[in-house]
Design a protein around this ligand. Structure first.
Ligand code: FAD
Length: 489
């Protein structure tokens, strides 16, 4: 059973009839949802709520593309609950104010939720617990988001890890992640009388979807947010792509990775489900049963490590994990930053990635590494500028994975790429998109350029209509980066 932490509360006679509030946050699903499961097992009627909190101090506002995903996930969760006779009630406001009011309004006996790991989120949860304690209401939290709680994986000296490989070895020693639990077979929902408590808001009132202009068309064609979409995606990956994952995962034109990241971000699926479905598909249980399985689970391990880092370095999105990077002479170059954001750098693989991101809210991991390296090394622009752009444009924008990876690429991270590793965008393109299919899909100006020069279009002729000239020359930019980084070393 997933560990529950009961913080407060004494059961009083008659409490069994009082409803339990399940507070949904980054766990927008019914299956393998420990808070919901515990509520079902309590035998009490259940109230399902989501609180859109833009008021509590320190919470980072959800970025534009992720807001679109959140809208879809809430809509789907409400519909799935509706199929079972329940519903999702949505509220807006500071959680530490809203939750106690809901407890009063519903005359609830308990509040259950799955844990979050950022500092501001933990602070909100602490405030909610304190308020519930004053009301003498039970508050229980669970692990629905990670394979291993950040504090459960420790060095021999009892501290946190800074190196992934050592972290992942220790995670192996902690044993196989628990199997996921199915949707509770019986869910008894509280029939909400009008109690004059806080008024729920309509999903549309949260204005999570873009309008005027509606820029989400590409996302709508690329994705199906929500639990059913997540399960379908996981099955498709397990059936069609897992068997070639290790060899194909670096090729952006082959769609061979799981594309589970936004589903994991919003908890439309749990990492335990991804882990165990992959185990079953690979025909064996356990770490290392096959090279493909091991590689996929290793990537889930990077997600665990990012959360481990976030838990112990709460300001990781703004502070260099290696303080010597505070002296880095980042350049302030608005034109170059804009060219990067708009996919107009003149380097096809970089431009294809940035345009894929803008259109679909997602980018392949190999290309994320190339575009991030290009921003921080070729353009010498602060990684925080890139992190913020990704935060706003990724449907999977994640408070742990995004800063951890940006710091890894920039070299300022805990376990970072060495500073002299500067991706050559031409060679990366030629190696991982040899026919240029990925580039051709996202950069139509290059549709007729042959594979031999598609990653170096300046060699194809004097100029290609509409395609920008390179904003920096690779050799010069590399020298400049090595100098700046070398001064820090
Ligand atoms: C600069 C940069 C920024 C990134 N920002 C994010 C982000 O905001 N959100 C996000 O989920 N991932 C981020 N990543 C990590 C990675 O690129 C994506 O998780 C991955 O591309 C998602 O595709 P997938 O689900 O098909 O991955 P798969 O290859 O199928 O991997 C399965 C799962 O493992 C996890 N994972 C894979 N690679 C990593 C990684 N390097 N770090 C942490 N977890 C990983 C993801 O949850 C992913 O869904 C970033 C990477 C870079 C280089």
């Amino acid at each position: 059973m997933v560990e529950a932490r009961t913080m407060t509360g004494n059961m009083q006679p008659g409490d069994e009839a009082r409803p339990v509030i399940v507070w949904f946050r980054d766990d927008l699903r019914l299956s393998d949802n420990p808070a919901l499961r515990a509520a079902a097992q309590s035998g009490r009627p259940i109230v399902c709520v989501f609180i859109h909190d833009e008021e509590s101090e320190g919470l980072r506002p959800v970025g534009g593309a992720a807001r679109w995903w959140l809208h879809g996930s809430l809509q789907k969760l409400d519909a799935t609950l509706g199929d079972r006779g329940g519903r999702l009630s949505i509220y807006a406001g500071a959680a530490a104010t809203v939750v106690p009011r809901l407890v009063e309004g519903f005359h609830a006996g308990a509040v259950f939720w799955n844990r979050r790991y950022g500092a501001a989120e933990r602070k909100v949860d602490e405030a909610v617990k304190t308020a519930l304690k004053a009301q003498q209401i039970e508050a229980s939290s669970f692990n629905g988001h990670l394979l291993y709680e950040p504090w459960s994986i420790r060095t021999k000296a009892g501290g946190p890890f800074r190196v992934f490989s050592a972290f992942w070895r220790a995670a192996h020693d902690a044993g196989e992640p628990e199997p996921p639990a199915p949707v509770p077979s019986k869910l008894r929902f509280f029939k909400e009388p009008d109690m004059g408590g806080p008024r729920p808001v309509a999903l549309a009132d949260l204005a999570l979807e873009p309008s005027a202009p509606d820029w989400a068309g590409g996302m709508r064609s690329a994705w199906q947010p929500g639990e059913a979409g997540a399960q379908a995606q996981l099955e498709r990956f397990a059936d069609e792509h897992l068997a070639n994952y290790a060899d194909c995962r670096d090729y952006p034109g082959r769609s061979s990775t799981s594309r589970l990241s936004p589903y994991l971000r919003f908890g439309n699926i749990s990492p335990r489900q991804a882990w165990h479905v992959a185990n079953a598909a690979a025909g064996a249980g356990g770490h290392g049963a096959s090279r493909n399985l091991e590689k996929f689970q290793f990537e889930l391990g990077w997600r665990e490590f990012s959360y481990h880092l976030l838990y112990y370095n709460s300001d990781m999105a703004v502070r260099n994990l290696q303080p010597k990077f505070d002296a880095m002479p980042w350049r302030d170059d608005t034109n170059a930053l804009k060219a990067w954001q708009q996919g107009r750098t003149g380097y096809p693989i970089v431009d294809a990635g940035m345009r894929e991101l803008w259109d679909t809210g997602w980018m392949h991991n190999r290309v994320r590494m190339v575009v991030a390296s290009f921003l921080v090394k070729h353009l010498l622009i602060d990684w925080r500028q890139g992190e913020m752009w990704f935060w706003d444009t990724l449907v999977d924008a994640d408070s742990a994975n995004n800063p951890a990876n940006w710091q890894w690429v920039a070299g300022s991270g805990a376990d970072a790429a060495p500073y002299f590793r500067i991706f050559n965008p031409v060679l990366q393109g030629e190696k991982f998109d040899p026919q240029g299919n990925y580039v051709r899909r996202w950069v139509p100006e290059l549709a007729d350029i042959p594979p031999s020069v598609i990653h170096r279009p300046w060699e194809a002729g004097p100029d290609i209509a509409g395609y920008p000239v390179r904003i920096v020359e690779h050799g010069e930019a590399r020298r400049r980066a090595l100098e700046a980084y070398g001064d820090l070393a």
